[in-house]
Design a protein around this ligand. Structure first.
Ligand SMILES: CC(C)(COP(=O)(O)OP(=O)(O)OC[C@H]1O[C@@H](n2cnc3c(N)ncnc32)[C@H](O)[C@@H]1OP(=O)(O)O)[C@@H](O)C(=O)NCCC(=O)NCCS
Length: 173
């Protein structure tokens, strides 16, 4: 961990730097569409955006990490359950493996829980996300069309939040 790191809400002065950070970070991702920086802008400009849950990590005024949790839902027939999508998360190359990504995840989850959200879903590498309590969403009966099930993950922020939830995650785009 870096002692002088702070985590705070993003604001318009950060947007250009976030775009660059995300673009560069995903050049080294195991799987990347190459458009994650556009996804950030699209989500920010949509009704899915939650300003309190778009966070940056900063050291001495330098942007070193970013995370976004936005609104999504799981649907089954007429039922619609609100959940959060974690996407994307980025840490600057030279600051990797210092716990910044983990801090961003944990901090955002604490905030999300305090705002009344009960679960988070994402598409990502289980080897990274299992440590935060993510499981295969298919274990809960939750799927994301077109994505192999081992990469679609879900995490309960409150106990048994997903126990009765089945269905399909709404498309990101
Ligand atoms: C993924 C990412 C956000 C992690 O940030 P970080 O600050 O380096 O992460 P932390 O320091 O909290 O955790 C580091 C640990 O995660 C592991 N890890 C990092 N990325 C991983 C991945 N894609 N798959 C599996 N494990 C991963 C590291 O090996 C390290 O393991 P250890 O604790 O056993 O040593 C960062 O590597 C990044 O920006 N990657 C490019 C963008 C990306 O891939 N985003 C996630 C898409 S699923």
């Amino acid at each position: 961990m870096i002692d002088s790191m702070i985590i705070r809400k993003e604001n318009p002065n950060d947007f250009e730097k976030i775009y660059e950070l995300v673009k560069v970070a995903f050049q080294t991702a195991n799987v990347s569409a190459g458009t994650e920086q556009e996804l950030v802008n699209d989500l920010r400009n949509s009704d899915k955006y939650i300003p309190e849950l778009a966070l940056i990590a900063e050291e001495d005024g330098r942007l070193i990490g970013h995370i976004m949790l936005t609104k999504t839902h799981i649907t089954r027939e007429d039922e619609k359950y609100e959940t959060l999508l974690l996407a994307p998360i980025s840490v600057a190359l030279e600051y990797r493996n210092k716990g910044i990504g983990s801090n961003l995840v944990k901090h955002s989850f604490t905030l999300a829980k305090s705002m009344g959200y009960t679960s988070v879903v994402l598409v990502g590498d289980p080897d990274y996300y299992n440590r935060f309590g993510f499981k295969k969403s298919s274990d809960f009966g939750i799927v994301y069309k077109g994505i192999p099930e081992e990469y679609v993950l879900a995490c309960e922020l409150t106990k048994n939040a997903l126990i009765d939830i089945r269905g399909e995650i709404a498309s990101v785009s």
